[in-house]
Design a protein around this ligand. Structure first.
Ligand code: BGN
Length: 281
């Protein structure tokens, strides 16, 4: 289902309705309804037009008390250039949105096939341990182009990157749930997270979609004008997951026994100035 622009604020999950100290609650209307909400990547690029976050890439607005608190979780391997662009851009973008946020980069430091979903599980588990009620699961090469695309959770899981330039701003298929999505930690727990078994490119996001449907969590989207993204380009050396078709046939049978509850987390944490670096070996 699609959330209309005027209903975006009502569709969000607020951690606390009232500020518990002297600061006034942050007002999100001017984030969502500000005219000329579009940005381009050139407007931000390498210039550091943001405040220095706390160590680990965490930030809280200082002028008001935030009602929205999100962990941005990014699976990653060996794309230093994209990492730099992403961090500079996102710190600016998220600070404009007056969020309490923290950026987690989950780095697969081994030669195995890339396991995007498992990395997301590891990042999500840590973010939940740190008390984040909302998880934004995000690819490193996606850049949001509208400030109204607020990086917080809707009451139902949300597919955020639904209007992507490399897909000519269209959905390749209606049930796509990859790229950038927002889901409440409680909901992520309910579905047992994502599968740990998808090694190589493709399918893990379709499996996630099936888990949501299995649990009656019907995803939503914001309008295409808000949901615009550009994809950072890179050499594609995709090794596709050969088992993905078979895995997808059994998504619902597997979901209880494959996910957060079967994660053997082998990682170390390094607190960097712009992000929390989770190194998975
Ligand atoms: C799909 C992939 C998704 C990917 C989108 C967009 C599969 C499963 C095949 C049944 N799904 O084809 O993982 O996000 O393309 O690139 O490969």
């Amino acid at each position: 289902s699609c959330v209309k622009n005027e209903n975006v604020l009502d569709s969000l999950y607020y951690e606390q309705k009232m500020a518990h100290h002297n600061l006034k609650n942050c007002n999100y209307e001017d984030v969502v309804f500000m005219p000329g909400n579009d940005i381009s990547i050139e407007d931000v690029s390498d210039e550091k037009i943001y405040l220095k976050p706390l160590p680990g890439g965490e930030y809280l607005p200082t002028q008001c008390s935030p009602l929205l608190k999100s962990a941005i979780i990014v699976p990653y391997r060996d794309r230093p250039k994209q990492l730099k662009t992403f961090l500079n851009y996102m710190h600016h973008f998220l600070q404009k949105q007056k969020l309490h946020y923290r950026i987690f980069i989950v780095d697969q430091k081994n030669e195995n096939l890339f396991n995007r979903a498992k990395l997301l599980n590891i990042g999500a588990k840590l973010a939940m341990k740190y008390g984040f009620p909302c998880l934004v699961l995000h690819d490193i090469d996606l850049i949001p182009l509208n400030y109204a695309n607020i990086y917080a959770c809707s009451n139902t899981p949300r597919h955020m990157s639904s209007s992507l330039d490399t897909f000519r701003y269209n959905l390749p298929y209606l049930t796509i749930f990859g790229g950038a999505v927002a889901i409440l930690s409680e909901q992520f727990k309910t579905i047992n997270g994502m599968s740990n078994l998808f090694e190589g490119w493709g399918g893990e996001d379709d499996d996630l979609y099936k888990r949501l449907i299995e649990h009656g969590l019907i995803p939503c989207r914001f309008c295409p004008s808000i949901s615009k993204y550009t994809m950072l380009l890179h050499k594609k050396n995709r090794k596709t997951s050969e088992s993905r078709f078979n895995l997808l046939k059994k998504s619902t049978q597997r979901s209880k026994f494959d996910g957060l509850n079967t994660l053997n987390d082998n990682f170390t944490i390094e607190v960097e100035s712009l992000f929390t670096h989770i190194i998975v070996s």
